[in-house]
Ligand binder design. Sequence first.
Ligand SMILES: *Cc1c(COP(=O)(O)O)cnc(C)c1O
Length: 394
Amino acid sequence: MSSTSNFEIDVLIEALWRILPRERTPIALHEPEFDEQDARYLLDCLESTFVSSAGPYVDLFEKRLCEFTGARQAVAVVNGTAALQTALRLAEVGEGDEVLIPTLTFVATANSASYCGATPHFIDSTECTLGLDPHKLSEYLSDIAELSNGEARNRLTGARLAAVVPMHTFGHPVEMEALLEVASRWRLQVVEDAAQALGSFRSGRHAGTFGKLGTLSFNGNKIITTGGGGAILTDDDTLADRARHLVTMAKRPHRWEYVHDAIGYNFRLPGLNAALGCAQLEGLPDQLERKRALAECFRQALAAIPAVRFVEEPNNAQSNYWLNALLLDERVSHLRNEVLDAINATGIMARPSWVLMHKLQMYSQCPRMDLTTAESLERRLVNVPSSSRWGAMA
Ligand SMILES: *Cc1c(COP(=O)(O)O)cnc(C)c1O
């Protein structure tokens, strides 16, 4: 058994080396890209002295985010987690509520619900999108939920089911049409965690613009970076105004008086970060092309290895391929750690799935549905280097 398996690991590593440059080891999972344009914008921002959370670059960054995503409004904030926390608060998620969240996600998705005083309620994923399974969710809600006074309740816990938070894993869009239908039937607010999905589209529509609110991240490991940063997307002007108000300490506009009409947050994105964001957005279309070229290389190289499947963009979707992922066949899933050890030992960074949320100590008591598919994905998933620069060599 192990001789054939080891053979397959060697074949896999050979395939990776056909795509990645040996002379550049160690090869990181995802590196940001900077050029003279980034430096020019940053210098200009310094010279303007508007480096903090006001000034022309914040407005310009928001305008350009709207143009790129097609969202009517974008509100720039300090990071993707703050964006999601604020978006959930704007969706009126509060104390005692439950929020439907995929168990296969980065911990910030679940934490954001907790910050609002709500309890994450964990949902399974599909093998195809790696994201929330709207069909399984629909069946599950028919079993455990009831509608009363226009609100969904969990019959088992008595809690209100306030919202659902699809997360577009590695940039692969969730089946949003089906999910919106389920959400509307159960009166759930839809807040999309599109932190990984800038540049991803489904049916021609940008990820993060299907729900009432959506959020992006511009952390250093995401497709573009502002150092740290995030944004809230929405088509609702009133919500966008309230978002800008909440993230600037809920201070009422006044020429000299300090009146705050809610417990707001100090979450506004500084101008310096926004300036970098403006420059990074200019490079995004070119980066997306190189990401696709790199993904195509992986697809071709891995097609010859039966024990491995490259995760491709779902039907009707154009993914940004933020992180390339492969799935081991269930038959060899017990070798995942060996595969990870071997790939990392050769100088290529490879990482497993996040530990599923319901397995983390602080979320182990939270309500959840059957999570068979997510558990299988967790056993089999391996991320491989995905920096756009390697796509330029394709
Ligand atoms: C990166 C990420 C976040 C958080 O973004 P930060 O900017 O790091 O706070 C939230 N959710 C998901 C799924 C992410 O990948």
